[in-house]
Design a protein around this ligand. Structure first.
Ligand SMILES: NC(=O)c1ccc[n+]([C@@H]2O[C@H](COP(=O)([O-])OP(=O)(O)OC[C@H]3O[C@@H](n4cnc5c(N)ncnc54)[C@H](OP(=O)(O)O)[C@@H]3O)[C@@H](O)[C@H]2O)c1
Length: 329
């Protein structure tokens, strides 16, 4: 049977303006880094995407290399678009990125014009799209002049292959430089995608100020520190967790006694707020007006529901913030 989204889906989540652009994003967005690749169960990936869309999550984040194998998350997303979401393209914000290793040789990664444009063309083909909504430079390239990388983003905007452009993993200084360059070309970069969560607060030392000053939105990735900021690792490593899957990104030795102790204390603060730890960790990011949306990953539908619930209570008392800061010290 054809998929029909819930009619009241736009009443379920707030939408925030992305910096000073015209684009609004849902407070919670879903990323397809894990659980949407060729090695995953397609039906589960499809259910996650449709459940998110049914609940007002309009923004899905991809990259050329998401899988595994690399490229397969875009292929699977394209399949869902074709089979279930035909007719809803104008209700979706689809992003992709280029910059990390994708194919052999000197043009398969980093920030040259050659790599960015060739990679975007490949992504469009895999997803079956004419354009993406947001295209990112996935990481700064120390060897390519910023003028070339930002010039490629400007070119992509003008070619209509992306409606908006963004940068990811650029430091505060690199961001200020990049924004100035693209401004001088008459284009805007509207969004930055940094890692930001309770355990990794580097963006508070300058990046958020630069973004605010330039009217650029912020969409933190790994807001749950890949699942650490939930109650899932309090009693060991569950078999169905990212850590148990021998992830090279979330290793078992990261689950130290110190981290478990912190998670346990944070879990108690969350309980006092009538939230799960996952909900509190997401709400804690969203309490800052400079955060447009948080980019969660999910392997199960309930995890998306936790994200949706988080957006319902994002205010914190001074006392709660102090306790959290004490725990995170
Ligand atoms: N720009 C970049 O360089 C970059 C880098 C990384 C990620 N990203 C983007 O950010 C997105 C999110 O990253 P992420 O997956 O690391 O985000 P995350 O939200 O920190 O972690 C997601 C993982 O945590 C677990 N989880 C989520 N909600 C949970 C809950 N309520 N209770 C218990 N466990 C829960 C799930 O893993 P399990 O159930 O499998 O344990 C889930 O896959 C990616 O998909 C990608 O789009 C971008």
């Amino acid at each position: 049977m054809n998929y029909l989204p819930l009619e009241n889906r736009y009443e379920k989540i707030p939408y925030n303006r992305c910096g000073r652009s015209g684009l609004k994003l849902p407070a919670i967005s879903v990323g397809l880094w894990h659980n949407f690749g060729g090695v995953d169960v397609y039906q589960n990936s499809r259910n996650l995407i449709l459940h998110a869309f049914n609940n007002g999550i309009t923004h899905f984040d991809l990259a050329n290399n998401y899988g595994p194998p690399p490229g397969s998350a875009e292929e699977n997303f394209g399949k869902v678009l074709r089979k279930d979401l035909t007719g809803y393209r104008d209700e979706l914000i689809i992003s992709t990125k280029a910059g990390y290793y994708m194919w052999p040789g000197p043009y398969g990664e980093w920030g040259s014009k050659k790599h960015l444009i060739a990679s975007l063309d490949q992504s469009l083909k895999r997803m079956g799209l004419d354009y993406v909504d947001i295209f990112y430079s996935h990481r700064p390239d120390p060897e390519t002049p910023f003028e070339e990388t930002l010039g490629a983003l400007d070119h992509i905007l003008r070619s209509g292959k992306a409606l908006y452009v963004g940068i990811s993993n650029y430091t505060a200084e690199q961001t200020a430089k990049a924004l100035k360059i693209i401004d001088s070309m008459g284009s805007k970069c509207i969004i930055h995608q940094p890692r930001y969560n309770m355990f990794d607060r580097w963006v508070e030392d300058g990046l958020l100020d630069v973004l605010e000053e330039h009217g650029v939105g912020c969409i933190p990735f790994s807001p749950l520190a890949q699942g650490l900021l939930t109650n899932k690792y309090l009693k060991g490593i569950p078999d169905d967790s990212r850590m148990a899957g021998n992830s090279i990104f979330l290793k078992k030795d990261q689950l130290t006694d110190e981290i478990v102790n912190k998670i346990s204390k944070l879990n108690a603060v969350a309980g006092e707020r009538n939230q799960s730890l996952a909900q509190m960790a997401l709400a804690w990011l969203l309490r800052d007006q400079r955060i447009t949306s948080v980019l969660i990953g999910a392997s199960k539908i309930e995890q998306i529901d936790d994200g949706l619930a988080a957006a319902k209570n994002t205010s914190f008392s001074g006392e709660e913030l102090n306790s959290i800061n004490e725990i995170l010290k």
